[in-house]
Design a protein around this ligand. Structure first.
Ligand code: ADP
Ligand code: NG1
Ligand code: MG
Length: 480
């Protein structure tokens, strides 16, 4: 029987994967003596000392990531395939005796903030940067097994993950802050526990994300990408075929996910598709949230789920009233059971297209991993094709691309083996698979054909907009 027809469970187990679960805590390393990281930490220390008139006691670091394939499937319970990039968020930390959480940033665009560490609100309505820090701190307060009252903390931040660009600057900030809170209170939490706490607590900013970004931030290891599975969280190192370089290109249209309901709308469309299909199958629909859980309950393969989507839905959008009719419920109950606060106003849901994207993308992730493991003469070309298909699916079925991203993907054809948007989309970055000996030529081509025409690129160093990063390590603590 071909692998693709095995059930979800058989399929996973048949791969004989050996997840590298360590239950290790994030490493505590010495502050590097020289290099760019050392300079950034020195500048961060200066900002900290000026703001708080004390020395930082330690630093935390959490990386951004590039997702190679598996977009908008983590919150449906499906595996993803990211690697950590070199760019990161660094946080300088020291406890204080004032009982306050004081926050500042090296970058003056992010204003300082202060609150009572034992009594603060996270206002989802306002997409402010300090919400990510408050969320990380709140995660440890709620789930780290600590007792009130909490000791006051001073934190200073610096980051070079391009914000709002799909490389997960938000989760790097949440994870570095949570690690700072945990370490300052002497808590030894494993990388897995921290990843799970941070996946939950980042939702305080208002986005209903999966757990990919926080998982790779803590579980990344140098030189390998990771296949990340959820429930239970497992990260498996996967060596990429030789000769492959992943190039990241920023389309220069930022997209702040907490500032609107685009992201949550997709999460809710997937939830509604799950619930409608569960109802049709005679299952208690109110208890189903994720397409992956429905697949498990129905014991079907991903390809069978694709057929089920075709049988269950028309391609057209469904009005809220029609969804209520299918579920035999009222708009009030739908608001309570299925929708987040910032999606209750939405009147139309594309159930067919969103579910079709998720099942086909989840399938591509396993195909991608299989090609990496098995190799072969056409491995790189197959990976490129899967990335190309993934982009089409996010563009046409999930409608989360951006014309500028599509332009970059189009310009990549010929020199790259495949290219796709990475992260949530609606702007931000794309990732392209390029043969090693073509990387410089490819970058030059994008520089001339895209960036030279973009006003927003003027004066910005090329390597901040267009770069290849070897897979980097996960979060750590630095001490002097
Ligand atoms: P991303 O795709 O980068 O994760 P998000 O929209 O999820 O994008 O999060 C971006 C937000 O994260 C920014 O609007 C800002 O509030 C916060 N952020 C990112 N980098 C920094 C930084 N260096 N300093 C302060 N806040 C940051
Ligand atoms: P970005 O674009 O980095 O904020 C978001 C989600 C991920 C995942 C991707 C799409 C959060 C914190 N991150 O990433 O969980 O769903 O989009 O694959 O919500
Ligand atoms: Mg984010």
């Amino acid at each position: 029987m071909p692998e693709t027809f095995l059930s979800w469970w058989q399929f996973n187990n048949a791969r004989g994967k050996q997840p590298d679960m360590s239950n290790k805590c994030p490493p505590v390393l010495h502050v590097p003596a020289a290099g760019e990281q050392a300079q950034r930490l020195a500048a961060l220390s200066q900002t900290f000392i000026s703001a708080f008139t004390q020395q930082p006691q330690f630093f935390t670091r959490a990386p951004g990531r590039v997702n190679l394939i598996g977009e908008h499937v983590d919150y449906c319970g499906y595996a993803v395939f990211p690697m950590a990039v070199e760019q990161d968020i660094l946080v300088a930390v020291a406890i204080n005796t004032s009982g306050r959480l004081n926050i500042c940033n090296v970058d003056a665009n992010f204003p300082p903030y202060s609150c009572d560490i034992n009594n603060y609100e996270i206002n989802k309505e306002r997409p402010v940067w300090h919400n990510y820090i408050l969320s990380g701190v709140r995660g440890i307060q709620d789930e780290g097994g600590m007792q009130q009252p909490f000791i006051g903390i001073n934190m200073a931040v610096t980051g070079n993950v391009p914000p709002s660009s799909g490389l997960s600057s938000s989760s790097a900030l949440v994870c570095a802050s949570a690690l700072g809170m945990a370490h300052s209170h002497g808590l030894s939490l494993s990388q897995e526990t921290l990843a799970e706490i941070c996946a939950r607590c980042e939702r305080h900013v208002g986005t209903q994300g999966g757990g990919m970004d926080q998982a790779i931030a803590f579980l990344a290891t140098k030189d390998t990408a990771k296949l990340i599975e959820f429930n239970p969280l497992q990260a498996t190192s996967v060596t990429l075929p030789p000769g492959a370089t992943f190039v990241v290109a920023n389309c220069l249209a930022p997209m702040n996910k907490a500032a609107n309901s685009y992201f949550n709308c997709r999460v809710m469309e997937c939830r509604l598709a799950t619930q409608v299909m569960a109802k049709k199958a005679g299952l208690p629909w109110r208890t189903f949230q994720k397409l992956g859980d429905l697949q498990r309950a129905l014991d079907k393969t991903l390809l069978q789920m694709i057929t089920l989507v075709e049988d269950s839905f028309e391609v057209r959008p469904y009005s809220k009233r029609q969804v209520c009719e299918l579920l035999n419920t009222t708009p009030d109950e739908l608001n309570q059971v299925s929708l987040s606060e910032n999606t209750r106003h939405i009147q139309e849901f594309k159930l067919h297209d969103r579910a079709l994207h998720v099942f086909s993308e989840a399938h591509r992730v396993w195909e991608f991993k299989k090609v990496c493991v098995e190799g072969g003469a056409y491995a790189l070309h197959t990976l490129g094709r899967l990335m190309q298909e993934s982009h089409k699916s996010t563009q046409l079925l999930y409608e989360c691309s951006h014309p500028k991203l599509d332009t970059l993907v189009e310009l990549s054809k010929g020199l790259a083996l495949g290219a796709r948007l990475t992260g949530a989309g609606w702007g931000g970055c794309m990732v392209a698979l390029v043969e090693e000996d073509k990387v410089e030529q490819y970058k030059e081509h994008l520089w001339k054909s895209y960036y030279s025409k973009e006003a927003a690129a003027e004066g910005r160093p090329r390597n901040t907009l267009l770069f290849s990063s070897p897979p980097g390590p996960g979060a750590c603590v630095f001490v002097k």
